[in-house]
Unconditional design. Sequence first.
Length: 339
Amino acid sequence: MFCVECGSEEKLYGALCRECLLSKDLINAPSHIELEMCHGCGNFYDRGRWQNIDYVEQASRILKEQTKTHKQIEDIHWDIPKFEPVKGEHRVICQAISTIGDQEFELDFEIGVRIRVQMCPSCSRQSSDYYEAILQLRRDGVASKDAEIELAIENQQILNYVDSLAGNEDNAFLTKWGVVPGGMDYYIGSIVLAKNIAARMREGYGATIKESNTMVGMKDGQDLYRWTILVRLPNHGRGDIIAYEKKLYLVDAVSRKVLTLKGVAKGQIYRIQPDDSKIKPVAKYSQLMEAVVVSHEAKTIQVLDPENYKTVTVLRPPYLKQIGETVPVVRYDEQLHAV
Ligand SMILES: [Zn+2]
Ligand SMILES: [Zn+2]
């Protein structure tokens, strides 16, 4: 066999020798490609959807789709170096790696990668006060001026959860949130997200959930609803200290039907009903004081009483394995207790 163009008897790629093959226009790459990025969330528009994706991979795929190759090339892929995803045109040296028979050929091309910037629908709704649901977080006895402190754990949980979904789910944003009498309100872009948060509060904190909605108009021929989701937390939250039959307990877990307690003195686990009338609240998690540790032993800790700075010896709760510079304490029956 010999090359049909020059008659060479070297190794052939199809009908041509390597030299003749490389003299052809093997790869016809576009001068530039375009990516669309949202300047709100940094997501890219890809195959009909705004997504949190690797834009370099996306660029490589688009480049492949827009490259014309000589019929002898069996496969091609583009190697694109990482570049800053900022608005404008980036001149990027891209490497085309093509396969002919059992050989790979590498050729460099300078390609203009243009990043066009706009707002995805989710971000534009967010910037326009859009919301589908109001989630009302409530707990009996929460004073409105302290709601953010008293509900600090639950609030942080909600904010973290929204953050973790932002950009991956449509309208996963908070339009606004803040303290209201009796708790906190969250204006949420997506009803799906709002219901998810409520479900998490039920699982994790034993909250009860009440949903209602009102029709606020029509969109694309469908009724448009706005939801209100009332999430009522049980009176006792994780980390609170309560007294039960004159003994102190740390609330270890809360569910709809069971309050799991840990004895402050002996560390024993105890389960009771959340509405047991013998429960006496002692301190909310947010009200615990921190006492400076002077010294500690296996069964006791010496601390400075945070109110009068006298040194006192208190019992060390068995579950306090590590002792730092301070320990949480409460005053109960006129005595200080490490909890
Ligand atoms: Zn040839
Ligand atoms: Zn966006």
